[in-house]
Design a protein around this ligand. Sequence first.
Ligand SMILES: [Ca+2]
Length: 464
Amino acid sequence: MRFFAATLLVVSTLVIGCSPDKTQQLPNFVIIMTDDQGYADLSCFGGQHVYTPNIDRMAAEGMKLTSFYVAAPLCTPSRAALMTGSYPKRVDMAYGTNFVVLLAGDGKGLNPEEVTMAEVLKSAGYKTGIFGKWHLGDQPAFLPTRQGFDEFFGIPYSHDIHPYHPRQDHFNFPSLPLLDGEEVIEMDPDADYLTRRVTERAVKFIEKNKAHPFFLYIPEPIPHKPLHVSPPFMESVSDAIRDKLKEENNSIDYETRDKLFRQAIDEIDWSVGQILDSLKKHGLDEKTLVIFTSDNGPAVGRADPLRGRKGSTFEGGMREPTVIRWPGKIPSGAVNDELMTAMDLLPTFAKLAGAEIPSDRVLDGKDIWPVLTGKSKSPHEVFFYHKANELAAVRSGKWKLHVKDGSPEALYDLETDISESQNRLENHESVTKRLLVYIETFQQDLAQNSRPAGFVDNPKPLSK
Ligand SMILES: [Ca+2]
């Protein structure tokens, strides 16, 4: 009866339009996406080397997603897929011009014609903010403010793309810019404070927009190398080591690096706590979906029991420690092992916001709301793993096939062998054949339904 009454209220609001602002009813969306955090780098995912009480609490109040994938094992393509709901290769963002990811002053970027998650939600009346690392193009035409975000504070690409890079003799990277909107406000900001500053801006954004539906995207630049943590987290690190930290953390001993990694995760967890506290303080808990995940597997951290790390199409490179929370809507204390992907967030959020998604192009993401509410199995019959432009593996159900130049290389049963340790290629010809057909069909689809990246002439690194 209560459900019936609530339905009537919603219907009458929509029909009569009596609400002063119907957007008041819409949920908020918060995506916290860290950089290079592994499957085991949360306590609630079994990590003994880290301590993440806030994220664990989020899991206790929400749901752990144990088969949540990003579409690529590296920053740029993974983020392109999140923003567009499409495989990186479909939007020509599987690699940068001169490197596997975009570098400073790259003439390539996510095509301004792409309709991003921010643009989709903005069209439904949302306020939109991104605080952290973008990495989808640093030229003015490619900045997040041109892709649907009202506010941007952060860095255009990874913070190791700077003159202290250990291979600077090869790369010759310019100084790292810090942006507010489209304006460069600092050069070579102290990276120790990145997490803290990004968090403070995100909290301000919530305060400012508490009475209005918002989409808040927090792509945390850490724990990508070199690891940086603000005081007091950094207190136990000596000055001599701090000097070395500007580089890749390669010249410090493992013990120090592991300690620093733990502190970096401590600060990430603090950051998540700040966001959750702010939502609670403003009474937004039950109006807000929050998802925590990472853009690809670990460089420093751990992915066990998964095989592979950042850059790999083994599970450890692309299956991410993911927690989703929306009190009253998503079951609490639940674990969901259905296959879901970062590409699914765009169509799912669009549906929840009543927003239109583009119908003139192919999107690969699917609405996973029925899966998150426990009403349905994964909508993905198949999922593809790419390394740059190369299709390297395919998963359907429990089976995962790795291929090299289109030929089968190894077959794993992820249900009994999550670590991909026992090649089952022998005696499984029909499974292998079925998976190869998926690949062939997908390649044909991509050949017909891909879209170009954006390109600008005479690109220049950003400077103040
Ligand atoms: Ca990354």
